[in-house]
Design a binder for this molecule. Structure first.
Ligand code: MLT
Length: 263
């Protein structure tokens, strides 16, 4: 950890005079999920990661989070680190934060990378699933919740071929504070859709999706990319929802090519 901003833990790699990229992680993970991207990109870019409030080593407080408060946190980090038009890169819940940030403060960003995420809000079925997750956690099922949620995030190939890497992700996710995890669940359940804003995004945008992603499937992400005027869609083979961890080389290549095109 480099330090904290308003109690949020942030981590930087690379030279702060280079073009900044801010990475926003998914749920129920933390900044580690971007390790391979930060390692590959920090030679040419200033890579900024942070732990979303309630996850990793950022505090959970009372767990009363909203998607709006997550956007406020991101805005404050950008302000305090003096990031000029960063590339914003978010996965899943990090993508919800990114899409809403772009809706709220479009001109503060230079480009957008959306990994395994979606523009819709939770429908009724989705909200009931969130309620069931909170009930499970409240009745002593935190570890079981993490086991099943994380399993659903990964493609079959990764889980079979990288047992120790997968187990490490599960173990790390179980270290999260249940109050923070429930706060994120409620924030996701209460988020607004960002669909109406997609056609207004006037930023070079890269959309990355694992072909086995069950949470934000390729057809949903392709349709999202089709609505963003200046966007490219990249489908990553043999990967689920966690493309940056499952297929780091393919994801880094796609991001590298995209960033080169911005020069
Ligand atoms: C995530 O990876 O951030 C979550 O799957 C998002 C969600 O549950 O909607």
């Amino acid at each position: 950890m480099n330090s904290t901003i308003n109690n949020l833990a942030y981590f930087t790699d690379g030279d702060k005079n280079k073009k900044p990229i801010v990475f926003v992680h998914g749920f129920p993970f933390d900044h580690f999920m971007w390790d391979e991207q930060a390692k590959a990109l920090c030679r040419d870019f200033y890579c900024v990661r942070y732990d979303i409030r309630g996850l990793g080593v950022s505090p959970s407080g009372d767990g009363q989070f909203t998607m709006e408060s997550f956007v406020d946190d991101l805005e404050l980090i950008m302000y305090e680190l003096n990031l000029n038009k960063p590339v914003l890169c978010g996965l899943s819940m990090g993508g919800y934060i990114s899409l809403r940030s772009v809706e709220r403060m479009h001109d503060k960003f230079g480009a957008l990378i959306l990994c395994d995420t979606k523009d819709s809000a939770d429908d009724n079925e989705g909200k009931l699933k969130r309620a069931a997750a909170i009930k499970q956690i409240n009745s002593g099922g935190f570890e079981n919740f993490i086991d099943s949620f994380v399993l659903n995030c990964f493609g079959e190939e990764y889980v079979k071929a990288n047992k120790s890497g997968y187990d490490a992700v599960v173990k790390r996710s179980k270290k999260n504070n249940p109050i923070g995890v429930k706060g994120c669940v409620l924030a996701m359940a209460g988020r607004t859709a960002t669909t109406h804003n997609l056609s207004k995004i006037n930023l070079p945008t890269l959309v990355i999706c694992g072909n086995e992603d069950k949470l934000s499937p390729p057809n949903v992400m392709k349709s999202m990319a089709d609505q963003i005027p200046n966007s490219n869609f990249v489908l990553v083979k043999d990967a689920g929802h966690m493309t940056p961890i499952e297929k780091p080389k393919e994801v880094n290549d796609a991001i590298g090519k995209f960033l080169d095109s911005l020069e």
